[in-house]
Design a binder for this molecule. Structure first.
Ligand code: DX5
Ligand code: ZN
Length: 225
């Protein structure tokens, strides 16, 4: 069973002080930094490119960086983010023509591949690539924006993904992304998630350590109960 990880999404951070913000959440107990890459094509929003990942590495950030590509096409971005120091690179199945090849490219570039499922997307795309992924990311909001409300209809899909992973016998992280906060993380953990993205719930607070500690404790006790 994987350790509970909290993955702050920097989309909600103060971009004018991004290096300080990332160091602060890591000092406060965050495990991995979630970068939301949006191209205003796959989703109706535009955020950042590989240079932000490279800048964090140049600043000495050693923690894993979790790149969530909400962009299409993906292959050249995979290569660029791998060069920029990404640890995980996650892609949406409908953002690439050849999913198996794109997942293989992430691994060939030395990164850990993730597969992302939007709220209305079934897990079918998993079935032939379980050997090519290290992470499944279940979107609990429609991709494109932070600060949205968690969609409870994805809870059964989280359970389904947990069963798929357990039956595969592979060490695959189960990440959930969107609208996660102290008040709902326990229920999400009970469904089998081990990695939790939170943007607004963390960067919207004054005390990062208090909220990250509370979220981790709540998720761990719910999952282990
Ligand atoms: C949405 C992004 C999420 C989002 C999470 O497209 O993938 O990572 O930034 O932000 P909150 O936690 O505020 O919903
Ligand atoms: Zn995300």
């Amino acid at each position: 069973m994987n350790k509970i990880w909290i993955a702050p999404s920097i989309l909600a951070a103060n971009f004018a002080r991004l290096g300080d913000e990332v160091r602060s959440v890591l000092d406060a107990g965050a495990d991995i930094i979630h970068l939301d890459i949006m191209d205003n094509h796959y989703v109706p929003n535009l955020t950042m490119g590989p240079q932000v990942c490279a800048a964090l590495r140049a600043e000495g950030i050693k923690a894993p960086i979790d790149v969530h590509l909400m962009a299409t096409p993906v292959d050249s971005l995979i290569i660029d983010f791998a060069k920029a120091g990404a640890t995980y690179i996650s892609i949406h199945p409908d953002a690439t023509t050849h999913l198996d090849r794109s997942l293989q490219l992430i691994r060939d570039c030395g990164c850990k591949p993730g597969l992302v499922f939007n709220p209305a997307t079934s897990l079918d795309a998993c079935q032939y690539v379980m050997d090519k992924i290290d992470l499944i990311l279940i979107m609990s909001v429609n991709p494109g924006f932070g600060g949205q409300t968690f969609i409870p209809a994805v809870l059964p899909k989280i359970r389904e993904a947990r069963n798929l992973i357990d039956n595969s016998g592979r060490n695959i992280r189960l990440e959930v992304d969107g609208g996660i906060k102290e008040e709902n993380i326990a229920e999400i953990a009970r469904c089998g998630a081990d990695t939790f993205v939170a943007g607004t719930a963390i960067f919207g607070k004054h005390d990062y350590e208090q909220v990250i500690t509370a979220m981790k404790a709540s998720a761990a006790s719910a999952r282990d109960s």
